[in-house]
Design a protein around this ligand. Structure first.
Ligand code: GRG
Length: 302
């Protein structure tokens, strides 16, 4: 199976899980139909589902079947989708197009978009805390609590939300150094990607060195993901990306690429790909799909 087929297979499993869950919610909460519709619109609209892929693949290193890991993958994707909805709002990036369609506040309205984001954030923790598979033994209960705490930290003020706050403040700071931008990106983009990789280790009861190896992999992939995103903002095709490009340059915003230059950024991107692949050495051939994922991140065009 090629990497793309594997990515699509995991995406479809995650999408089905979320679609079923959301359609059950629509039936239960028909009084809040616009909210439920907006949540569905935000989640079931394509997207690479790269973070769920990382959860399912890292879990599979420990023989955890995709069906067992999918609640964690879906919870993480719900948080990622919420962050995109809120990031697109007029008070943040003010974007009109996401995944090739009008953003949630354009398709619905601003208040509904805010609530849909809130609904998806809390849905993630509902999924993680009520997943039956995670409850069958005391050991699994401990892993479930650990996942909840890790995801809360990765998504919250000391992770993605904190990174977004620093990113907003950075818009008016013209003295930013490379280290400052790296820190912002580590939090804003890297924290959820690193969580995705550590989650597989937690689900699989990994030994400490295996868990460390997957955290390192996640950190390298996260950094590569952001450099690739900055490069796509300059060199990418808006139609393929399903969103506007050249936003950072127009806003005069410092990015990893604007501070390093395109050539150096591409070298660092290659280094991150290599370091990510090296970190997988404890897993041997079992990590083939994760090796391909590192390549995909560094060379993606969407
Ligand atoms: C509003 C709390 C809050 C956080 C926003 C995720 C984020 C933080 C902002 C999005 C802005 C952005 C372009 C970040 C760069 C990396 C990124 C998250 C890109 C989008 O992720 P993909 O490429 O998107 O995985 P798909 O659509 O494939 O899911």
């Amino acid at each position: 199976m090629t990497f793309t087929q594997r990515l699509e297979q995991h995406a479809s499993l995650t999408s089905s899980f979320l679609a079923e869950l959301l359609s059950a919610k629509v039936k239960q909460h028909s009084h809040a139909k616009a909210l439920c519709d907006a949540m569905e619109y935000a989640v079931l609209n394509g997207g690479k589902r790269f973070r769920p892929f990382l959860v399912l693949e890292t879990a599979s290193l420990f023989e955890i079947a995709p069906e067992k890991a999918v609640p964690v993958a879906a919870a993480l994707e719900a948080i990622h989708c919420y962050s995109l909805v809120h990031d697109d709002l007029p008070a943040m990036d003010d974007d009109k197009l996401r995944r090739g369609r009008p953003t949630v506040h354009i398709a619905f309205d601003e208040a509904t978009a805010i609530l849909a984001g809130d609904g998806l954030l809390t849905l993630a923790f509902e999924i993680l805390s009520s997943s039956q598979d995670n409850k069958v033994s005391q050991e699994n209960s401990a892993r479930q609590c650990e996942l909840i705490a890790l995801l809360a930290k990765a998504a919250g003020w000391a992770g993605m939300v904190g990174g977004q706050a620093l990113d907003l403040a950075a818009e008016t700071d013209h003295n930013l150094k490379l280290r400052d931008v790296e820190r912002i990106q580590e939090l804003k983009t890297g924290a959820l990607i690193t969580f995705a990789c550590e989650a597989g280790a937690v689900l699989g009861g990994a030994k400490p060195p295996e868990r460390e190896a997957l955290i390192t992999y996640g950190q390298c992939i996260g950094r590569a993901f952001q450099i690739a995103d900055d490069l796509l903002d300059i060199e990418g095709d808006p139609e393929k990306l399903g969103k506007a490009t050249e936003k950072d340059g127009t806003a005069g915003k410092a990015t990893l690429v604007s501070l390093m230059g395109v050539e150096k950024a591409k070298l660092v991107l290659n280094d991150m790909e290599m370091l990510a692949i090296e970190s997988l050495s404890p897993f041997g051939d079992k990590a083939q799909h994760l090796i391909e994922a590192a390549h995909f991140v560094a060379h993606r065009d969407y």
